[in-house]
Design a protein around this ligand. Structure first.
Ligand code: FES
Ligand code: FES
Length: 176
């Protein structure tokens, strides 16, 4: 029986065994290969995606458990690497081999959604389930701080744009 869920804002319907891991479905059925297979046992974090906003190990998540839910993968962050976390990762030049990095980024995005200015211990705690065999942990920490700054700036820009639009609407309403 087909299982339906939303991936990166787009409805998907897959006809696969219900206990198939979500990671398999994303990579093999839907062709989204940004999410990586590392251990297959919820030990490394390479397969991290968001389910209803929560960072989740897709390698041990049966696809049936996401029926009707919203899933976000690395491909859903932005179409052009413009998400503040992606920009920070590029600026700080975090990746070495890169294999763990989509999982790292998805955990960082989830952290910053809940905590806009995390401290070093808060970053280490939130990221501790994401293993990097290349040892990029120092740069990950630096990039999360940088992403927090970029995220704050883009939120301020958005607020300023909204304020300007609201002013224009008020003026247009007043003139009518
Ligand atoms: S592949 Fe899922 S945690 Fe390692
Ligand atoms: S960059 Fe190589 S495993 Fe993390």
């Amino acid at each position: 029986m087909a299982i339906q869920f939303i991936v990166n804002g787009k409805p998907q319907s897959v006809d696969v065994p219900p206990n198939m891991p979500l990671l398999w479905v994303l990579r093999d059925t839907l062709g989204m290969t940004g999410t990586k297979f590392g251990c297959g046992m919820a030990l490394c974090g390479a397969c991290t995606v968001h389910i209803e906003g929560e960072p989740t190990r897709s390698c041990i998540t049966p696809v049936s458990s996401v029926a009707g839910k919203k899933v976000m993968t690395i491909e859903g962050l932005s179409p052009d690497r413009s998400h503040p976390v992606q920009r920070a990762w590029i600026e700080v030049d975090v990746p070495q081999c890169g294999y763990c990095q989509s999982g790292q980024i998805m955990s960082a995005v989830a952290l910053l959604a809940k905590n806009a200015k995390p401290s070093d211990p808060e970053i280490d705690d939130a990221m501790k389930g994401n293993i990097c065999r290349c040892g990029t942990y120092q740069r990950i920490r630096e990039a999360v701080h940088r992403a927090a700054t970029l995220q704050k700036a883009s939120l301020s820009d958005r607020d300023a744009t909204e304020d300007a639009l609201n002013e224009q609407l008020v003026e247009a309403g007043g003139a009518a």
